[in-house]
Design a protein around this ligand. Structure first.
Ligand code: FES
Length: 176
């Protein structure tokens, strides 16, 4: 928080206005760090507003999405990034579910039992992980939290019940 305040106070008023103009809703737009620092770190996780998110820099592009995997809250910060079906995806380290970095679309590969002679192909599960917009203004990276209406499965781990579940799982793990 202290670091965040330091970075924020170092920004000029014009930079902040530019960022909020580019991102629309200023109440959901957050400075998350310096571009150079995030590129060096490759990935960061942090809480902004009411959400736990990750910000990723991969092959010259920044992405942001909810931090806890929609399936069972796995830590996406540690997920591998791979291309499947021409889409860059993050692979959850817990059960290997795949979701696209751009859209948060869950995908899986399967073969059709009615057509056993056909090779397995990729299917979409729809949008499962909430993704957020990333903007760069004068070397600073801003995330605008998604206000896409309706329930997206990763919302569960951003709520009280889901967070409680994650906390309990963590406590059980540390007792082992
Ligand atoms: S928790 Fe991510 S795949 Fe199960």
């Amino acid at each position: 928080m202290f670091l965040f305040c330091l970075i924020f106070s170092a920004l000029s008023e014009a930079e902040i206005i530019m960022a909020t103009e580019e991102n629309g809703d200023s109440s959901r737009c957050f400075l998350v760090g310096k571009k150079t620092d995030i590129i060096e770190a490759k990935r960061i996780n942090l809480t902004v507003g009411d959400r736990d998110i990750i910000v990723i820099h991969h092959q010259g592009t920044f992405y942001s999405m909810d931090q806890h995997c929609y399936h069972a809250g796995g830590p996406l910060l540690n997920g591998d990034i791979e291309e499947f079906n021409s889409m860059l995806c993050i692979v959850c380290p817990k059960h290997k579910y795949k979701m696209s970095l751009e859209e948060g679309e869950g995908i899986y590969k399967a073969s059709n039992p009615k057509e056993p002679e056909q090779p397995a192909r990729w299917y979409s599960k729809g949008i499962k992980q909430r993704v957020h917009k990333v903007t760069e203004v004068d070397g600073n990276i801003f995330v605008t939290l998604s206000d896409c209406p309706g329930w997206i499965e990763s919302d569960y781990y951003q709520g009280e019940k889901g967070r409680e579940e994650l906390k309990k799982a963590l406590a059980e793990k540390s007792n082992c």
